[in-house]
Design a protein. Structure first.
Length: 326
C-alpha cells in the first residue's frame, strides 16, 4: 500500500460533501452586514501562516463586509479539500498539489472544483541535513531516516514527487512524517538524518536549523533537475543564493515550484474581484511580513499557466493589465 494512506482516508472522508459546495457563499455570516470568512494557511513555522495572517488583516480592513480569519492547517492538501468543501473560502497551495486536485489524481480521488486568485511566490525545495551525516546528494537518502513532512501537507506531496522522480521509494529509507518543528528537533538531536522543507527562500524553520547546527542544504545536479521537470512539469530549477542561510556560502541548485491562492469556483465574482484587487493594491503590507511577497505583482499573479483563473480575478487583471498593453 502506498504512503498516502492517512491522507487518502482524509480525502475520501471529505469529498463526499462536495455536493453542498454551492451553499458555502451564504455560510459564515458574522455581525450586521459582516461575513466571517477563513483563509487556510499552514503550520506556524512556515510562510503560509504569517502571509495568511497578513492577508486576513488586509482583507478585513479594506474589503467591505468581510471579516477574514487565518487558520492553521497541515498545508496544501488539507487546504484544497477545505476550500472545495466550503469549509474555508480561500487557501494557499503549491502548484503540484493543485494540479493533482484539479485532475482528481494522487491524493485526490476525484476532480475538485477550484479556481485560482493568482500566483504568489516560488516554493523552494530545501533538502536539509547536517554535516556529520555525510549526505551529499538525494541518492544518499537510501537507508536513512528522512522526514517528508506531515500528512495533508503540500510539503509531503513535493517530497514524494521529487523522490519518485529520482527513483527513490518508501522502502528505500525510514519514512518520518514530521512537521517543521519536529523535523528541526530531530536534526538537532540526531534522531533524524535529513528532511524536506518546501517553502520560500528564508524559511524560518531552515534558518533555525542553520543557527543551531552545522547545516547542509543538499544540492541537485542539472541532470537531476531535468529529470524532475520531465516527471513533474510544474517544477523548475532554482539557485538558493549564498548568505540566506548560515553555512550556505555558494549557490545551491534545487527544485522549485510556485504557490497560488485558491477559492471555490462557486465564489461570487464580485468577492473574488475584491479579494484579488485588495491583495495586489496592498502587497507592500505583505512585503513587510516577508520579502517573498515582492513576487506578487499583477503580471506575475495573472500568469497561472493552465490552472483556471477565477472570473473575478480575471476581471481585475484585465482592468489593470490590458490598458497598459494597448
Amino acid at each position: 500500500m502506498r504512503r498516502g494512506i492517512a491522507v487518502r482516508r482524509l480525502v475520501i472522508g471529505v469529498v463526499g460533501g462536495l455536493g453542498a459546495l454551492g451553499a458555502f457563499a451564504a455560510a459564515g455570516c458574522g455581525g450586521e452586514g459582516q461575513r466571517t470568512l477563513s483563509i487556510a494557511t499552514g503550520n506556524t513555522n512556515g510562510l503560509y501562516y504569517p502571509l495568511g495572517g497578513g492577508l486576513a488583516s488586509i482583507w478585513s480592513r479594506h474589503v467591505a463586509g468581510v471579516n477574514m480569519k487565518a487558520e492553521t492547517t497541515a498545508g496544501s492538501v488539507t487546504n484544497l479539500i477545505q476550500v472545495a468543501k466550503g469549509e474555508s473560502e480561500v487557501g494557499f497551495t503549491q502548484a503540484d498539489a493543485l494540479a493533482a486536485a484539479l485532475a482528481g489524481t494522487g491524493r485526490f480521488p476525484e476532480p475538485m472544483p477550484l479556481a485560482s486568485l493568482g500566483k504568489l511566490y516560488p516554493n523552494v525545495v530545501h533538502l536539509v541535513t547536517t554535516r556529520n551525516t555525510g549526505i551529499e546528494s538525494v541518492h544518499d537518502l537510501r537507508g536513512r531516516r528522512v522526514s517528508v513532512g506531515p500528512p495533508g501537507s503540500g510539503n509531503a506531496v513535493t517530497a514524494w514527487n521529487v523522490l519518485e522522480a529520482m527513483g527513490i521509494g518508501e522502502s528505500d529509507f525510514t519514512v518520518r512524517q514530521l512537521n517543521y518543528a519536529q523535523m528541526s528537533n530531530g536534526l538537532k538531536d540526531g534522531t533524524l538524518d535529513a528532511g524536506f522543507i518546501a517553502g520560500g527562500v528564508g524559511m524560518p524553520a531552515v534558518v533555525e536549523i542553520g543557527v543551531s547546527r552545522d547545516m547542509v542544504l543538499v544540492p541537485f545536479s542539472e541532470d537531476e533537475i531535468a529529470t524532475i521537470v520531465g516527471s513533474e512539469p510544474a517544477y523548475s530549477g532554482f539557485r538558493v543564493p549564498p548568505g540566506v542561510y548560515r553555512g550556505v556560502d555558494e549557490p545551491v541548485l534545487t527544485p522549485t515550484l510556485w504557490n497560488l491562492l485558491v477559492v471555490s469556483r462557486a465564489m461570487e465574482e464580485g468577492l473574488a474581484y475584491d479579494l484579488t484587487r485588495t491583495m495586489l493594491e496592498r502587497r507592500e503590507d505583505l512585503e513587510n511580513i516577508s520579502g517573498v511577497a515582492s513576487f506578487i505583482t499583477p503580471p506575475s499573479a495573472r500568469d497561472v499557466g493552465d490552472f483556471p483563473l477565477h472570473p473575478g480575478a480575471r476581471r481585475y487583471f484585465d482592468e489593470v493589465l490590458e490598458p497598459a498593453a494597448r
